[in-house]
Design a protein around this ligand. Structure first.
Ligand SMILES: NC(=O)c1ccc[n+]([C@@H]2O[C@H](COP(=O)([O-])OP(=O)(O)OC[C@H]3O[C@@H](n4cnc5c(N)ncnc54)[C@H](O)[C@@H]3O)[C@@H](O)[C@H]2O)c1
Length: 383
């Protein structure tokens, strides 16, 4: 099967390229390296050396029979995207190529503008390109659980059956996200649903939780094949930041009361979920939505779990509550469903003591290169 992966230089994109190549797919990938440019702009670097995408692909192609082909360019350039889709005619398109940081999108007008134009218009170009050159392809689009926000009712998988004044309808689940980034994903969802309904495209939207983890079967083959590990306030997610603080012997900094509950999953489960989505395409005109997470935790739960796990190796970790830089409920109801992937047979990797200790040991190897100044929050949501 021909699979096009947009955003192949990214944290998830690169492991996905190798994973699908090993599944026997003909893999093509696209990136414009804007993530690396944003890293330079905001002054952060990943913990580890991330080889360039060209170096990683060269190394992979020399050592594997399942080759990966790179197209360098911006999906905001519709002619570039049209040429690729016309040439390849992919059957599967996995779309990761968006600006993924909520704090970045909340920093100022220009960053919110970039996030929404890059994400929404890139996705729109893709929908038009698919209509023109590969109407039968399956679009697997990465959305986020953050699209839903934290409603006071159960979170279904994308759709809601409602009854209003005695009449029934199935509607897209009403979304109430907490950042311009998450809003960009809601706009994408609406555009994709519209194109499935109007043009007969087929798509699966994966409302993904927060991904943690660094190792996949393929990234472990060689140092040159690693993906990125971010621990900074812009790109580092809470588990990465806490583990890094633990390595530095610093207190774990919980934002506010710490009752903010979210869905989480291991990077290996991201790969499994994307594979399962690609093996179960919807019919033409259908828009499938899956909630892609395996466990839910509050921020305090994560801090306590790390504290308890590291106690097993005689590390005494303390926890601080910081003033919350984000506008979000710090105590709330949260009950999202993830039944669809569980029914398809997903066997989750769990965030347990063993995993936390191995994660700690991995970051400990880089203790001397950690930049201590990029962990604490400086971006305020309500500025
Ligand atoms: N990492 C997570 O925890 C997480 C959670 C939920 C959803 N997601 C979503 O999954 C996707 C991948 O996330 P990630 O963490 O790997 O992000 P990432 O920033 O590491 O990867 C995205 C890649 O896309 C590229 N890109 C962005 N805009 C582009 C454009 N206009 N043209 C070409 N390339 C472009 C970037 O250069 C980058 O290499 C994103 O859409 C993100 O919103 C990620």
């Amino acid at each position: 099967m021909k699979t096009l992966i947009l955003g192949g230089d990214g944290y998830l994109g690169w492991p996905t390229c190798m994973y699908f190549a090993n599944l026997g797919h003909e893999v093509y990938t696209v990136d414009n390296f804007c993530k690396r440019q944003i890293e330079l702009e905001v002054g952060v670097t990943p913990l580890n050396k991330v080889f360039t995408l060209q170096e990683r692909i060269d190394f992979w192609n020399k050592n594997s029979n399942n080759k990966i082909e790179l197209f360098t360019g911006d999906i905001l350039n519709h002619k570039f995207l049209y040429e690729i889709l016309e040439k390849i005619k992919p059957e599967n398109i996995i779309h990761y190529a968006e600006q993924p940081s909520a704090p970045y999108s909340m920093a100022d007008r220009q960053k919110a503008y970039f996030t929404q134009s890059n994400n929404v218009l890139g996705n729109l170009n893709l929908l038009f390109a698919m209509k023109k050159y590969c109407k039968d392809a399956h679009l697997i689009k990465l959305g986020t659980m953050g699209e839903y926000g934290t409603p006071n009712i159960d979170i279904e998988e994308g759709w809601l059956d409602i009854e209003h004044k005695g009449r029934k309808e199935k509607i897209l689940y009403p979304k109430k996200p907490n950042s311009f980034y998450h809003l960009s994903k809601v706009h994408d969802t609406n555009n994709i649903e519209f194109c499935c309904r109007n043009w007969g495209l087929k798509s699966t939207d994966l409302n993904q939780g927060v991904v943690y983890g660094f190792h996949t079967k393929e990234t472990m083959l060689d140092e040159k094949l690693q993906t990125s590990f971010h621990y900074d306030e812009v790109f580092g997610t809470v588990i990465n930041r806490f583990i890094t603080q633990a390595v530095l012997g610093k207190n774990l900094t919980v934002y506010g009361k710490g009752g903010q509950q979210r869905g989480y999953l291991n990077i290996m489960d991201t790969l499994n979920c994307v594979r399962m989505a690609s093996e179960n395409p919807p019919d033409a005109g259908e828009f499938n939505i899956f909630n892609q997470f395996t466990e839910t935790f509050t921020v305090s739960d994560i801090a306590f779990k790390i504290q308890k796990a590291l106690d097993k190796i005689n590390l005494k970790i303390k926890i601080d509550n910081l003033k919350n830089p984000r506008n979000e409920l710090e105590e709330h109801y949260y009950n999202p469903s993830n039944d669809k992937f569980i029914k398809l047979g997903l066997k989750p990797h769990l965030f347990n003591d063993e995993l936390i200790i191995s994660f700690y040991k991995f970051v400990k190897n880089y203790e001397n290169v950690i930049n201590k100044n990029i962990i604490d929050p400086k971006i305020s949501w309500s500025k």
